[in-house]
Unconditional design. Structure first.
Length: 258
């Protein structure tokens, strides 16, 4: 090995060791931020009715003309997500047989609780056809733009094994929220976490909030418009963070609260 290669190797080892030392120091000195959601002491169950958590996100029981019931946490989530993950999950229905599934995953000290939402949707057999960065105008507790990501997906179904195939469309809306940040972008969330950890020693406690509704092809726009009404009515009931009254988030924006 010539002298130049030895120098390169020494630099790589020095950088690697320095980075490891820096990160270990951050881990030792960091503290966990507060959640941007309202929590309540209430048991959460898996499919086998085992208690998987004693705290949940305080999702409202009634929204507009919808009633609701709690949803269980899947066995896969229980096995793969960190033990200090907090869940909030409800299934909403109304007399018109419309439904809305609301899910919240709140991280603890382990950041791996939060991952790209596309993974969950595709894992359930949905094919993502379109992704859009949008903003929903909220009215409470003040007027602000909530940055969201809207996914439109498709999936084929059969009512019986030998029956005809029909297609349904899923409208999936999500965003991320911490104690002082709102974003619909996975990269913005990661960057915000790194920046806060380095500058303040605080690891933001991010939550991933999602809304899902299903419709027939051709009803996508009407379904999304109805979802926006549902989000405007329900989010202020459990989310403690709102954007600046004077700042418009706009597509793909991040809202940082001072």
């Amino acid at each position: 090995m010539n002298r130049q290669k030895w120098i390169v190797l020494a630099l790589v080892l020095a950088l690697t060791g320095g980075t490891a030392f820096f990160l270990s120091g951050l881990k030792a000195g960091r503290r966990l931020g507060k959640p941007g959601l309202r929590l309540v002491e209430k048991p959460v169950y898996d499919l086998q009715t085992n208690i998987v958590g004693k705290t949940t996100v305080d999702l409202p029981i009634n929204v507009l003309d919808y009633g609701s019931q709690p949803l269980t946490v899947s066995s896969l989530e229980v096995k793969t997500l960190p033990k200090d993950t907090t869940f909030g999950r409800r299934h909403y229905t109304n007399d018109a047989r419309q439904f809305m599934d609301v899910s919240v995953v709140l991280m603890g000290t382990d950041r791996t609780s939060i991952h790209k939402p596309q993974i969950c949707l595709e894992g359930q057999g949905w094919r993502i056809d379109k992704s859009e960065s949008l903003a929903i105008r909220m009215t409470r507790p003040q007027s602000y733009d909530l940055p969201v990501m809207k996914l439109t997906a498709s999936k084929n179904f059969k009512k019986t094994a030998d029956g005809p195939v029909f297609t349904l469309r899923a409208i999936f809306v999500y965003w991320f929220v911490s104690e002082n940040r709102l974003t619909a972008q996975h990269k913005e969330r990661m960057w915000g976490s790194a920046k806060d950890l380095v500058l303040t020693g605080v690891l933001p406690r991010w939550a991933y909030v999602s809304y899902l509704s299903v419709c027939r092809p051709g009803q996508e726009e009407a379904t999304y418009n109805h979802m926006k009404e549902f989000i405007v009515a329900s989010v202020p009931e459990f989310q403690l963070v709102s954007g600046s009254m004077t700042a418009a988030a706009g597509p793909a924006a991040e809202v940082v609260l001072k």
